[in-house]
Design a protein around this ligand. Sequence first.
Ligand code: ATP
Ligand code: MG
Length: 561
Amino acid sequence: METQETKSNFIREIIDADLSSGKFGGRVHTRFPPEPNGYLHIGHAKSICLNSGIARDYKGKFNLRFDDTNPSKEEQEYVDSIIEDVRWLGGDFEDRLFFASDYFPQMYDWAMALVKKGKAYVCDLSAEETRRHRGTPSEPGKDSPFRNRTVEENADLFERMRKGEFPDGSRVLRAKIDMAHPNLSMRDPVMYRILHASHHRQGDKWCVYPMYDWAHGLEDSLEQITHSICTLEFENHRPLYDWFLDALEIYHPRQLEFARLNLSNTVLSKRKLLELVRDNHVNGWDDPRMPTISGLRRRGYTPESIRAFCSEIGVAKFNSIVDIWVLENAIRNELNKTASRVMAVLRPLKVVIENYPQDQVEEMDLANNPENPAAGTRKVPFCREIYIETDDFKEVPPKKFFRMTPGQEVRLRATYIIRCETVVKDAAGNVTEVRCTYDPATRGGTAPDGRKVKGTIHWVSARHGFTAPVRLYDALFTKRAPEDVEEGRDFKENLNPGSLEVLNNAWCEPDLKKVSAGSRFQFERLGYFFADPKDSKPGAPVFNRTVTLKDTWAKIEQKGK
Ligand code: ATP
Ligand code: MG
């Protein structure tokens, strides 16, 4: 089963096999189970696209479930942002929004059922002692001295744990499996710990909280999930996932693991992203430099481009790092087809066309999108004084410089051919203004005598345009794998000090004043830009550069070395 957005992968092959063998009665039901302890990032998008895409293509169901079993790090703000991000990406969970914490009573009953079967016990070892008893991959662990408590004693102690009779950390409930098991996660893992902490949804109802490995399979089982898709780190935990469900004799989903997404020049750990936010290395979770979904959205990415990226990278069983330019290409390809072209000058240099009539204004016709003639043309006012990009002028040109330089003709986009005659300089010798003449016979930009003019530059009327703040972004980290640091060093040392450049004087063509927040453009020759939805005001847009026109990574990778 394939759609345009999805390629076949090993997970789909397993589902196909399960469908033909009649496992799960022909149903397909997946879920995305975030812990609400941070904002979602592009790695989560991979999981959302995978899980919701499978549900869509197999006419199955997809749940959004908060794995909110750890009260100390979870917050309502994160819950809200996650719901927004999953919806925005197109993950269609309909009315199936669940919270693991709503299952706490059932989980507790099931834990008690295991106690009664003699398959779980209350252990009083300290965390440190438990760790020492655990053994290593090459050495078996040692049984806890509390392992052989009677069922009655265990049931009594576990109930009193729940009632709040014991302090944090004094006791845990453990599964009674095998302290010599070759898989460490099977060595009597902890199921419940005591924690007198308020939960963002349950308040102070609970002072025992379930551990991830115990809780996750139960959540999947309660929701009748068929394929519980998670990242490779959980492969070693699968025997435990299966053990709990078998021991309880309840509905048993199938866990499948895939390689998590790692993206170059950024970090995808919620803990590290939180650190960047807390220490003000970025301006919040939705800073356009962040690899969060909200950051990408504010940068100007569309849900379609993120889904295209997830489809492009595919799903595999081995870990690797995806280059960030693969992500940038996804939005660039889309915007190349859809974004209207406009003219803006980021670093303005004034040009006066001396032989152009003082008070004349001409409306020039500019194509809205050369890739799409149906997008039509627009009128852009032209007059005697314009701004061009500072970089498009060189008093002493390097070789093969076809833009503006004294004595050389250059074309103003779809307007006239002009020639630089003289320059005006300030006391320090900087060029502050360029004086030109134009050839009135070249309206539209072509010379009737067929003479060649190689360079074409963009421009904005100095009398009609307006200034807007523009933010240019570069990679957040200079190093390809910023987390690879020597002992004692910090990943934040690899932050790129030039990741944000704010230009306050960008000169924009007049129509841009009317744009609505959230619209996307190609600024000719400069890249794709997005009217920031938070900072733009009616009549006063603020633009974020989503991506440059061309891949600039070759250059940056060298810088990073
Ligand atoms: P942590 O567990 O450290 O808080 P996490 O990123 O695993 O971080 P979860 O909220 O548990 O956070 O993630 C929810 C789901 O997203 C999980 O099913 C996980 O497998 C998946 N996921 C997380 N990171 C990635 C990634 N980089 N690539 C693909 N899937 C991911
Ligand atoms: Mg996790």
